[in-house]
Design a binder for this molecule. Structure first.
Ligand code: SF4
Length: 389
């Protein structure tokens, strides 16, 4: 059993935006409707105790707690303070992070004091240029949210709060120009970028593609528009005269191509070490599964009755810790499998389960081969320099 090291807590199950691609409210799973709005302190306390028990049993000195939602900052400063105190005081050292749309940082400055107190790294969702962001990320009134999000990111990037700023999360949109998107994000000087493929499955296909199983023609002959988009962004990032920022997907694929290990569940074959606790204490798998079908992330477990060791032993988690053995036949036979890893688990879903390639298979193929070519050329150039000396 691989112990959990990352605990994602859904501390608020509603949102103050109405993004059209949101997997939580617009996806197949609608379980948020039955959840309490926020995670109460008794639930946090119980979760903290379960985390401490798990860390002690597994000999973990440090764990990571990701505060998530809905919009997690809707809990307000006082409740956030209370729940962070519970989690920080439970036992192991805790590295806190939070994913937000940023808007509440403008409305309730006391939130920033609390985030500083517990050294919470804050990542903000921002989809590039104003026009591209506002196409999808809207206020409940229907107006775009870029202006307020940008103001929140500037606040976070100011000298006073910079240490909290963990990075930006951007969902790839084929209607957006990849270089313009990258450069628009760069204007906020983020320490790191996450370029995220929109959550999709073989049944709910990504915008702009129509693919079928079994794979035919092979991935390399597909136009792979998401792969092309990411390739253009990669080149802009890789060819910069200095390292402007980190891009998690590109860095992890490069590390994997060079024989290392990736830390995210989107690529590579490392076993999953992340578990989700919903606002009512229910233990679930990664949120992205909610795009597959209603209840796909469920385990039937909760922190009131079960410890995390029981969750780790659950067949759903075991299936995602089997590395190569957990993949479908196309991926097992694929020459890129140790780098791609079959893509994100949720993206493999095809109605009869997850033993399939990612619906982004052709895109991953295109991107990985491109990065490999660029790295190979870079290494050959370095070798030439070495020989000339
Ligand atoms: S999803 Fe990835 S590992 Fe699987 S066949 Fe496609 S490129 Fe290969």
């Amino acid at each position: 059993m691989v112990p959990f090291r990352q605990f994602l807590l859904k501390i608020h199950s509603r949102c103050n935006l109405a993004c059209d691609y949101c997997y939580m409210y617009e996806g197949a799973d609608q379980s948020w409707r039955d959840r309490p709005r926020r995670m109460e302190l008794a639930t946090v306390r119980r979760t903290a105790r379960r985390i401490a028990e798990h860390a002690a049993a597994q000999g973990l000195d440090e764990v990571s707690v990701v505060l998530h939602g809905g919009e997690p900052l809707l809990v307000g400063a006082a409740h956030l303070d209370g729940l962070l105190a519970e989690l920080a005081g439970a036992g192991p050292r805790v590295r806190f992070s939070l994913q937000t749309n940023g808007l509440r940082l403008l409305d309730e400055p006391a939130l920033l004091d609390v985030l500083h107190r517990y050294r919470v790294g804050v990542a903000v969702s921002l989809d590039g240029t104003r026009a591209d962001h506002d196409r999808h990320r809207r206020l409940p009134t229907g107006a775009g949210s870029w202006q307020r999000t940008a103001a929140a990111v500037r606040l976070l990037g100011s000298d006073r709060h910079r240490e909290l700023f963990a990075g930006l999360l951007c969902v790839v949109d084929l209607a957006a120009d990849p270089v313009a998107t990258y450069e628009a994000l760069l204007e906020f000087a983020p320490p790191r970028l996450d370029l995220l493929l929109p959550h999709a499955t073989w049944q709910e296909q990504p915008a702009g593609v129509r693919r079928s199983l079994p794979l035919a023609p092979p991935p390399g002959t597909d136009p792979a528009p998401y792969g092309q988009w990411l390739t253009a962004a990669f080149d802009r990032w890789y060819d910069a005269p200095y390292r402007e920022t980190g891009v998690r997907l590109f860095e992890e694929l490069s590390v994997l191509l060079l024989g290392g290990r990736a830390a995210s569940e989107a690529v590579g074959l490392a076993p999953v070490d992340l578990v989700v606790v919903e606002a009512d204490g229910t233990i679930e798998q990664a949120d992205s599964l909610k795009v597959a079908y209603h209840g796909a992330a469920g385990t039937g477990l909760d922190v009131w009755r079960h410890g995390f060791a029981e969750a780790a032993a659950h067949p759903a988690f075991r299936a995602r810790q089997r590395g190569l053995d957990g993949l479908g036949p196309e991926c097992v036979a694929c020459p890129l499998v140790r780098v791609c890893g079959g893509g994100l688990y949720a993206h493999r879903y095809a109605g009869d389960g997850f033993a399939h390639p990612s619906v982004y298979c052709a895109d991953m193929d295109r991107l990985i081969r491109h990065i490999a070519r660029r790295l190979r050329a870079g290494v050959a150039e370095l070798a030439g320099v070495g020989q000339r000396r």
